[in-house]
Design a protein around this ligand. Structure first.
Ligand SMILES: Nc1nc2c(ncn2[C@@H]2O[C@H](COP(=O)(O)OP(=O)(O)OP(=O)(O)O)[C@@H](O)[C@H]2O)c(=O)[nH]1
Ligand SMILES: [Mg+2]
Ligand SMILES: [Zn+2]
Length: 291
């Protein structure tokens, strides 16, 4: 007997998709013809499955509201970027690249800073400045302290959330903490010799915590955004959008009378975002030349 029902993929592992239907999870294979059409089901997809003799098959994928590229998930309300200030060391460039990816997929950003407990007072000062800087830009910024965990929970009710960040930044630990340690997702110390994470999480999986779902994902050590065109990059830095630069095609680099550039020279806040923008833009110019 064959039955067809709708559900949501909440985990992908070893060629199987785990589809949530009402409160039950059904383990499914994908129907072969997805691969031919160059479509692969993603965690987060709303799908139609058919159940034949107790075996589930994903047979249809509903049109996606959005699709994030890192991690590869679909239909996300927020992506949480988890970043440590120390071990692994904070990189504003990596953070800005991750924000660019969220903007590219039109997914809202939450930034969570971890490991504030191991900072000395100077480092803590510096970290607070950076957190405020991103807050002023309009992003949701939290630490992983108990108080901020509550603030985080206050905005994510009924949402589907994914998480991204370097290996070892504390993504899985953060999810465990959100669950009051009811979840016991595996975590691992970062390598003392390399100062990097050990790629502990290997697959994408949504966890239900209270009234929201959050997907743990594998961390990474490098991040490729070369598929984004150089002239597209400026649209992914949201603070440029409401700048008064009146030139449609201006990339805000060396063009005369550019208001983005003028404003940045006039203010003295930490303008790492603009510096990173210029670095990423240059990298893209060099990329072009190589091809
Ligand atoms: N001191 C301190 N350690 C933390 C904090 N958050 C995470 N850690 C530690 O950092 C290490 C890495 O944490 P994980 O949660 O495994 O990191 P991850 O981002 O999931 O890493 P991958 O799965 O490899 O991508 C573990 O030893 C955690 O205990 C924090 O806020 N403070
Ligand atoms: Mg992990
Ligand atoms: Zn300009």
């Amino acid at each position: 007997m064959t039955t067809e029902i709708n559900g949501k993929i909440i985990k992908a592992l070893s060629g199987f998709y785990y589809v949530l239907v009402n409160d039950k999870i059904i383990k499914c294979r994908a129907r072969g013809n997805f691969r031919n059409e160059n479509i692969t089901p993603l965690v987060g997809d709303i799908v139609k499955i058919s159940i034949e003799n107790d075996l589930g098959y994903v047979i249809e994928i509903e049109e996606r509201k959005n699709e994030l590229l890192r991690p590869k998930v679909a239909n996300i309300d927020y992506n949480v970027i988890v970043t440590s200030f120390k071990s692994p060391v904070f990189s504003s460039k990596l953070l800005d690249k991750l924000i660019v990816l969220n903007e590219y997929s039109e997914v809202e950003t939450i930034i969570v800073f971890t490991k504030l407990d191991i900072l000395n007072s100077n480092e803590l000062n510096e970290c607070n400045k950076i957190m405020n800087y991103y807050k002023q830009l309009g992003y949701n910024v939290f630490s992983n302290s108990n108080c901020d965990i509550q603030n985080f929970k206050n905005i994510v009710g009924n949402k589907f959330i994914s998480i991204s960040g370097q290996s070892g930044s504390g993504k899985s630990s953060f999810i465990n903490k959100l669950s009051d340690n009811k979840l016991e997702i595996e975590t691992a110390r970062i390598s003392k010799a390399l100062g990097r994470g050990k790629h502990t999480t290997r697959h994408i999986e949504f966890h239900k915590i209270g009234n929201f779902y959050i997907a743990d994902t594998p961390g990474f050590s490098s991040l490729d955004i070369s598929f984004i065109e150089k002239d597209e990059l400026k649209y992914l830095f949201k603070e440029f959008k409401d700048s008064r630069c009146k030139f449609q095609t201006c990339n805000h680099i060396n063009e005369p009378n550019c208001e983005v550039k003028n404003n940045i020279i006039e203010t003295d806040y930490i303008n790492t975002r603009y510096e990173n923008y210029k670095i990423l833009f240059k990298e893209k110019e060099e990329q072009k030349r190589r091809y």
